[in-house]
Each structure stands twice: as C-alpha cells, then as structure tokens.
Design a protein around this ligand. Sequence first.
Ligand SMILES: [Zn+2]
Length: 143
Amino acid sequence: MAELTSHMKELIALAQEHQTPYASLIIGPDDNILAKAPNRVKQDTDATSHAEMNVIRMASNITGNANLAGCHLITTCEPCPMCAAAIYWSGIRRVTYGLSIPEIMEAGHDQLPGRIDEITRADQNGLQISGGLMAAEVRALFG
Ligand SMILES: [Zn+2]
C-alpha cells in the first residue's frame, strides 16, 4: 500500500507537470516501473492518446512484446472504455485507479459512462481492479 501511494504521488506530479488530470504507469513483473505517461491528446493531436494507451504502447516498445501479462497498470483516473479494452488486449490483469468515472463526470469532464469492470467482465477474465487510491488528491487535479 505504501508503494501504491508512492506511485500515485508520482503520477499526480506527472499529471500536474503536463497540465492534465490523467497520467498512468505500468509496473513490470519485477516490481519496477516499466513506463509512465500523461494524457497527450492535445500535444499529439490524437484523440486516442490517453495516458493508458500511451503507457501500454511504451511498455510494449520497451519489452518488445505486445503481451504485458504480469504487469500492473496504475492510473490517476478509471480507464475509459477505449483504454479498458486496450488493457484487456494487452494482457494486463491488474489495474489500480484513483478517481472513478462517475466522479470524473461530477468534476465536469466528459466521459463515456462505461465502467472498466463491466467492459472487461473483470471477474470472469481474472482482472483485479481496485479504485479510490488517493481519490481526493486526484480530484484536486480537476481544479
Ligand atoms: Zn481512455
């Protein structure tokens, strides 16, 4: 738990640095950070450049493997349906997030309302999903 908190603090700092509430990192099977990335939709002029998509691409480039089984994705906000699908296809089976999609919507950001546990049918597919990590601190990123 102390390690998770430390990873989330690192993500919050990365998000602040890039003036976005969205940042993600992937922990490799060896427990070290494999990659981290903020949302880069504006910079990349790419609607798919969400933090989770970026960090999955980076981790696969680094490992030379599209399959990221054994990795753990940590992200400031609950992954949207696009990212939830990408997480599923990447083989990542553990996800930890801060703020939930309903909370992001309450904070005034547009979101597709699909929840990651419903989209990935988490239980059936062995996905371990946990939310609410430092949610108040992440909420503060929305101003
Ligand atoms: Zn997304």
